[in-house]
Design a binder for this molecule. Sequence first.
Ligand code: CP
Length: 306
Amino acid sequence: MKRDLISMHDLKAEDIQVYLDTAARVETISLKDRFQLLQGKIMASLFFEASTRTRLSFEAAMYRLGGNVIGFAEQAATSVSKGESFSDTIHTVESYSDVIVIRHPKEGTSRHAAQISYLPVINAGDGTNQHPTQTLLDLYTIIKNFKKIEGLRIAFVGDLKYSRTVHSLLQALIKFRVNEFMLVSPESLRLPEYLKRVKTDFPVTFVETKNLEDAIPYADIIYMTRIQRERFPDQIEYEKVKDAFCLNAGMLKNAPEQLKVLHPLPRVNEIAPDVDETPHAEYFRQAKNGLIMRQAILLNVFEVKI
Ligand code: CP
């Protein structure tokens, strides 16, 4: 059976743990030995939507493992711009590669690609829906900092309505029995109700607030997100909330020592640059962990044991 990675919804905690354990093992292998692991394999990197970290870290991960990469970074550079269908594009690419990594602005596109292709498909972000590889690197970052997931208090801040990173990570954290969240957002960007109605054998509580300062004494992790201009159907609505939150170093002056600030990045102005110099800033190491986690994901796709 091919190993797609489409949604956190599809994975159990033990499946997620396999990725976390593989990532930890990747870090122990020399670059020279890693370079032997995916020799001869080709990754198709299909980015129909802008990306810096996800695309470049996936491509770097494939090169680090000795594989090769084909692909594109924008739809305009493909025959889709001439009217070719999505399914014809996938069927063409599968003749040239061994795994497909796809980012697309439309929800469900990666699932659709996985259904029509005989190759494994990895979702690198589909619209406002899911970003499972980001979630795996987020969890890896959390484990590296806290050595555990269960029992942590996490505050999600910003665009909780459209943020696929929040949607994926929240689902995964609940699988690890995290049972209490703070949700900090403007009224118009609240977390969708379906994500709160989870079936668990333990109660999960959500504390909702519009005040970022509430999160600082509360949380072990503040997960900041960008207010995403490109997701708003109405730009006037975006203008109303675009500067809703800005975390700065002064606000963190009396923060608990263990507090870590995560952000999937890119940031716009929701984290002031002076936070970068505080011991709470974890977002650049988080992005760096993406390179390790994406090597682990590719190894799992190809069932390479390390
Ligand atoms: N976190 C993330 O998905 O970043 P990019 O959009 O730069 O890939």
